[in-house]
Write a protein that binds this ligand. Structure first.
Ligand SMILES: [Zn+2]
Length: 246
C-alpha cells in the first residue's frame, strides 16, 4: 500500500509541477534569476504594488552591519577576513527580518536562499508560496551583461544591447535628453571594469551551479513557477497576471 501511495503522490507532485504556470494569490515569494535577467527590477516594482517588502540579503547584511548589531559584527568579521558568511548566520538574519511587521502579509526574497541548507532552514518556519524562476537564455544574458554602460559623469546606468530574437524583444536602454541635467542625453558611456566576457561567464556559471540544487529542492515541493522573460520590464503585465494581481 505504501508503495502505491507514494507512486500516487509522486504523480500528483509531477502534475503540480506541470501546472505551475500561475502563482495567483502567492505573497510569500522568492525571486530567482541570473545576473542580467532583471530580477531586482521586477522585485522592486512588484513589491510596492503588492504592499510587501522586497528583501535582498545584501540589504539585510548592510543594515545589520550599519546598526552594529551582534550579528552585524559577526558578519563584518567574516567579510573582513575574506571568508564566506556561514549559512547559519545568514539564516538568522533573514529569519529576524521576516519576523518584522512589514513582512507579515508577504515578501519577495531576493538572493536567498542560496543553498539547499538555507532553503531547508527557511521552510522550517515559513511556508513559501511560490518561487519565481525568472529566466533568459544564457547567450542573451551574456549580451545584456556585456551591454551595460554607465554615464561617465553621473553614473546613471544604460544598456546598449539590442535583443530581437524569436519571442525576445528587448530594445537597448539609451540615454534620453531628459535623463540627466548635466549630460543632456549625450553622456560619455563607460563599461564597468568587471563586465568582461570572462568575469560575466564566471558569474553566470556560479549562478547556475548555486541555483540548480535550490531550484530542485523547491521543485520537489511543487513551488517553482517558471517565468521566461521576453521583453524585459515590459513583461510586468504578464508577471502581474501570473501573480493574480489586477
Ligand atoms: Zn549623466
Amino acid at each position: 500500500m505504501a508503495a502505491v501511495r507514494s507512486t500516487a503522490s509522486a504523480a500528483t507532485a509531477a502534475a503540480v509541477r506541470a501546472m505551475s504556470t500561475s502563482a495567483a494569490g502567492a505573497r510569500k515569494l522568492i525571486f530567482f534569476g541570473a545576473p542580467g535577467v532583471g530580477k531586482g527590477t521586477f522585485a522592486s516594482r512588484i513589491g510596492p504594488e503588492l504592499g510587501i517588502p522586497a528583501i535582498s540579503t545584501g540589504d539585510i547584511i548592510r543594515a545589520e552591519v550599519k546598526a552594529g548589531s551582534d550579528v552585524g559584527k559577526e558578519v563584518k568579521a567574516f567579510s573582513e577576513s575574506g571568508k564566506l558568511v556561514p549559512d547559519e548566520l545568514v539564516d538568522k538574519m533573514v529569519k529576524r527580518r521576516l519576523a518584522e511587521p512589514d513582512a507579515q502579509n508577504g515578501y519577495i526574497l531576493d538572493g536567498y536562499p542560496r543553498t539547499v541548507a538555507q532553503a531547508k532552514a527557511l521552510v522550517e518556519y515559513e511556508t513559501v508560496d511560490a518561487v519565481m524562476n525568472i529566466t533568459l537564455p544564457k547567450h542573451v544574458l551574456m549580451e545584456k551583461l556585456l551591454g551595460r554602460r554607465a554615464c561617465a559623469d553621473c553614473g546613471r546606468g544604460y544598456n546598449v544591447a539590442a535583443i530581437h530574437e524569436g519571442e525576445l524583444d528587448m530594445p537597448p536602454l539609451l540615454p534620453k535628453p531628459e535623463d540627466c541635467d548635466q549630460c543632456k542625453g549625450e553622456p560619455k558611456l563607460e563599461t564597468r571594469k568587471d563586465d568582461t566576457e570572462d568575469v560575466v561567464t564566471y558569474r553566470l556559471d556560479v549562478y547556475e551551479q548555486e541555483t540548480a540544487p535550490v531550484l530542485g529542492f523547491f521543485e520537489e515541493l511543487g513551488r517553482v513557477v517558471n517565468f521566461p522573460v521576453q521583453k524585459g520590464i515590459a513583461d510586468m503585465p504578464r508577471m502581474r497576471e501570473v501573480l493574480g494581481m489586477k
